[in-house]
Write a protein that binds this ligand. Structure first.
Ligand code: FAD
Ligand code: EGU
Length: 468
């Protein structure tokens, strides 16, 4: 493979990691005409019998769609997605309430992770200048020479050098290890106390067991369950709960008892037997938030997707942000004529604040949801947002709307959110002040006759007021 860089004029780009962001990124680099080599540690998931990995389905929204569109993949993916027009909130008592995401026709999509990954790999492979290499596990690379070391299934090692390394190897990135050794590299990683577990809700008489075009949510303060629909008419339910509570549930009976208390309506839909079995099939999975900066080393290497910014899933934005990374890098490539020594620093400069903003927002939402979000509070907050937006559509735009349905820079969305908060608070303060000032003015201008005020008279006045 080393001869590539010498025999071709166009530069060789190694995309390390053939997950969602790596596969899409390969399309982007291939479209620009680079020689692209993708290195993925796992086998080719298109031929794999069992696909391990995180979450079965994901919410795809505007940013992700825009990024797919640029490489002609939007329609392929959207046609296999299930629109979710609203949230369906399940209360403890089993009551359902829906809250639309936006105007009619505004929706997010539930997409199958494995299918999305397969389609993107196939799209990347269609470019004649792309090669996919599976069973290539990156061990390390040299910050001096740029040489990468891969482990092969037979135990051998391969050394490969290219012009640019793009690290798309996920939250536990091996590419990032070299960054950690450098001066002035910022890095933080936080595990949250919650874990998650996935349960499948089968079809009922060949139909979806619940209404399909919704993101189903069971908000229960420290616990929360979410369900997204799949094309095979199942739902994937994801239960979020502190690890210490997972540890308290050790028997099938305890599972049912727990669900009886918090998610009663889901028991018959998942099925008692399936619930008791699936609950213990895998241990609860951890969630980590990773922030770092800068995202590049010289003109040699850049981190993208979860490798640069793993976010907790409480905004449904991890993949969307990673896809938008590809779009942003592409914009910077245009601006700086594919000169990596200018492109990479500029990419870090523009993208770091936005990725940090979505990491913070997702963490903020996690803290907020577990603090006091039960179904009543969730409904109330979303309704207030909607009412304010309807009253002042240009002034007050809900945060999730900016995040989910626009390409407003995440960092700007946060700034605007703070500004809106001020406007709303000042509005409330203004109303209160006006009421007090107005009242005082009236009292001064028309002083009430207090000469012979008796309790009895006051009372009769109050009664008179009440009759109005
Ligand atoms: P990954 O998907 O992790 O891919 C990394 C790839 O690199 C893998 O294929 C891996 O095998 C490979 N790799 C790793 N190490 C090496 C190595 N050393 N050498 C070679 N290859 C390597 N996002 C959304 O937008 N919407 C959602 O609804 C949503 N829901 C989520 C729910 C949960 C429970 C979780 C945990 C996450 C969710 N996300 C969601 C986030 C989303 O899953 C990630 O942001 C996304 O998968 C990131 O893609 P990636 O390609 O950067 O990383
Ligand atoms: C979590 C896990 C509802 C898929 C955040 C909303 C999520 C998803 C919300 C998962 C919530 C939470 C938003 C979307 C989405 C809401 C959003 C969260 C998809 C603020 C597969 N979140 N998620 N917010 O508004 O913007 O509906 O696993 F419960 S989609 Cl936590 Cl829009």
């Amino acid at each position: 493979m080393e001869q590539h860089s010498k025999s071709t004029k166009k530069k060789v780009v190694a995309v390390v990691g053939g997950g969602l962001v790596g596969a899409l990124n390969a399309c982007y680099f291939a479209k620009r005409g680079f020689e692209v080599e993708v290195f993925e540690s796992r086998e080719d998931i298109r031929h794999a019998k069992v696909v391990k990995g995180r979450s079965i389905n994901l919410a795809l929204s505007h940013r992700g769609r825009q990024a797919l569109k640029h490489v002609g993949m939007e329609e392929t993916i959207v046609s296999k997605g299930i629109p979710m027009n609203a949230r369906m909130i399940h209360s403890v008592s089993g009551k359902w309430s829906e809250i639309p995401y936006g105007k009619k026709g505004q929706y997010i999509l539930s997409v199958d992770r494995a299918n999305l990954n397969k389609e993107l790999l196939t799209a990347a492979e269609k470019y004649p200048n792309t090669k996919l290499n599976f069973d290539y596990k990156l061990l390390d690379w040299s910050g001096d020479t740029g040489a990468m070391t891969f482990a092969r299934p037979d135990g051998s090692k391969e050394h490969i050098t290219v012009d640019l390394i793009v690290g798309c190897d996920g939250a536990f990135s091996a590419i990032r290890k070299q960054f950690l050794r450098r001066s002035r590299f910022n890095f933080s990683q936080t595990y949250i106390p919650h874990g998650y577990l996935e349960l499948t809700m089968p079809p009922n008489n060949g139909e979806f067991a619940m209404k399909p075009n919704y993101l189903h949510i069971w908000p229960r303060n420290t616990f929360m369950m979410i369900a997204l629909p799949n094309l095979d008419k199942t739902f994937t339910c994801t239960l979020f709960m502190p690890f210490e509570d997972f540890e308290k549930i050790t028997t099938g009976d305890e599972v049912i008892e727990f669900f009886q208390k918090y998610f009663t309506d889901a028991i018959p839909l998942i099925g008692v037997d399936a619930l008791q079995r699936d609950f213990f099939r895998l241990p609860a999975q951890a969630m980590v938030s990773v922030k770092c900066s800068p995202y590049h080393i010289d003109d040699k290497c850049v981190l993208m997707g979860d490798a640069a910014h793993a976010v907790v899933p409480f905004y449904g934005q991890g993949m969307n942000a990673g896809f938008e990374d590809c779009l942003v890098l592409n914009e910077v490539m245009d601006q700086f004529n594919e000169d990596f020594s200018a492109v990479l620093p500029e990419y870090s400069r523009v993208r770091v604040p936005d990725d940090h903003a979505i990491a913070d927002l997702a963490m903020y939402n996690y803290v907020e949801m577990r603090a006091h979000v039960n179904s009543k509070w969730f409904l109330f907050r979303k309704r207030v947002d909607t009412i304010l937006h309807t009253l002042m559509p240009k002034t007050i735009i809900p945060l999730y709307t900016m995040v989910t349905f626009t390409r407003t820079r995440y960092h700007d969305a946060v700034k605007r959110w703070h500004w809106q908060d001020k406007v709303i608070n000042q509005g409330l303060l203004g109303c209160a002040t006006a009421a007090i000032l107005g009242g005082s003015y009236l009292v001064i201008k028309y002083p009430p006759d207090m000469s012979n005020v008796t309790l009895e008279k006051m009372w009769s006045r109050v009664l008179a007021l009440k009759t109005f």
